[in-house]
Write a protein that binds this ligand. Sequence first.
Ligand code: IVH
Length: 701
Amino acid sequence: MTTPAAVIEDAAAYAQAVEAAVQAAAAYYRDGTSALDDDAYDRLVRGIDAWEAGHPDQVLPGSPTGKVAGGAVEGDVPHTVAMLSLDNVFSPEEFTAWTASLARRVGHDVTRFGVEPKLDGLAVAARYTRGRLGQLITRGDGTAGEDVSHAIGTVEGLPRELSEPVTVEVRGEILMTHAQFEHANEVRAAHGGQPFANPRGAAAGSLRARERAYTVPMTFFCYGLLPLTEEGRDALADLPHSELMARAAAYGVNTTAGTPVPGTTADSAEQVLARVREIAALRPELPFGIDGIVIKADLAADQRAAGSGSRAPRWAIAYKLPAVEKITRLTAVEWNVGRTGVIAPRAVLEPVEIDGATITYATLHNPADITRRDLRLGDQVMVHRAGDVIPRVEAPVVHLRTGEEQPIAFPEACPRCGAGIDTSQERWRCEQGRNCHLVASLSYAAGRDQLDIEGLGHTRVVQLVDAGLVADLADLFTLTRDQVLGLERMGGTSTDNLLAAIGAAKGRPLSRVLCALGVRGTGRSMSRRIARHFATMDHIRAADAEAMRQVEGIGTEKAPSIVEELRTLAPLIDRLAASGVNMTEPGATPPAPGETAGEQTADAGAAPGGGPLTGMTVVVTGTMTDALENLSRNQMNELVERAGGRASSTVSKKTTLVVAGEGAGSKRAKAQALGVELTTPAAFAALVADFIGPPADGAAR
Ligand code: IVH
């Protein structure tokens, strides 16, 4: 997608645009603050560029188009070789045009490219003398940078000592991973500081800060290696870029090699574009931010033949990806009560378009999160949205505050029913728990992936609740024919059908009963794992936090809250059991007393006697066909587990198999990028043929 350029109509607008861009760039390079997000800045510079093309005699000397990092803080340490910027392309067509111009300059088609992520941080040069790190310098204006050697100990991936006593300059990007960013803002808030708006700003501010009472870790990734001696020149000058990166990694410097998006080489523009798509598909789940892909002529001879301009090399280009962050205003905070009674804040935003979608709401997680981020109503906030992930408010852009911002009021009573609020955990909850939003919690319990009660949709649940016949889940199972017949629009046949459906629900496996209870922090797959692990409700209820932690995916935080919640649910569970609701998981065996975590995890989810998917982690995506056509996603996951596998919803290096039906988009791309085996629904159906069909409980339709 090409970012449209800002429209500049006359010389006055041009001068204003240059001024705005210079100020934004200065702030960006000084401490990562800027009134413009990256997308707005790119649009402005492209507008300036377009106007200058039509008025070459009126170009202002300060224009950001002619300089490296216009307005950057200038340092006093000269660079050995200028630290250049990169030109940008925004579409496959622009990229192909660039390869054509590169071929013209070089005199032949370039057939070897390096393709690597464009890391969203700050460029630095690290000078090593005989293997020892002596100096760390920012890019500055490209000719000279600022000495930031004081930060050396806080940057991971930049060893003080290389594995060989070489005298070289390592160039690369310093950034904060998402986790480092969260940590940095927590530490900063604890010291009374203002939060950083995003990881890039946090890295810029932290790298230049001296004499702070605290330090925060950052990460370095190398993307360039320069010799600093004659001897080194002889050894390195003719190496391809890809080999220089391997050399840097062998010296002990961090490169992208260990990340989900390692630098690779490609032989043609098509291959480059395929890799661009792969990296773009992986972007939403990377542990750090990238804002594009850098493509470089890999061979030293090609690089020399292409040469460099004053601002950027001609042998490399940045393929920019759409911005995933935009600044907009936080206008309100809504407090919504979920079906389990959790009261969750949600940010209401001035609508903003991010990567093709208009965003008006973003998650705020919990009240503590609001306090930690020091958010206020009216704040300009940095909003992050990548892929299908729910948009989130990263932080306020503090330097844009006007003084008019107002504190965010936290509710004192449940916004839904007015009951008290349990604030003992980070996620607040209505004291009425799941009874607060009874209709939502019962509709969920009756849903296809839980108790699968046909005929018990939302409207019917409302009727039952309004008539005072049902005040919790167990009441469903003691409904009498007369009670149901008394409801409006309920004839004899529908009554009998509904009661039969409720009767059938009593036989569902434990995993579904557990899921229907709506224990906080446990969805469908977690309920299945707990049920398979413990096999019976009695074993689940007997588990303490330590025993609960043996279930895969339950950590030290979740375990005690699940145990506690099950304790409060005890009377309800007793009544369900008394009505004849099944409390065992078919095919699962309870853990033997004293069994260790390792043995349990290996066993969890396995089919008795081992199925064709034993030991495999399987992701199902897209539309299923053939024998699998009528199965819901949840039933597919159940099938995977019956056949001995582990069902997962995200593709990662740990995934063994991806079943990709029609319309499988980003997950298929990710599987290809990671080299994970892909299969069709038909082939998968054949593989697990023995396990398809009504499971032991007869729940499948
Ligand atoms: S190469 C001579 N490779 O992007 C080539 N730069 O917009 C100069 N960047 O100043 C840079 N990831 O700060 C290169 N893999 C990568 C990069 C990268 C991020 C940054 C770097 C550069 C800026 C240009």
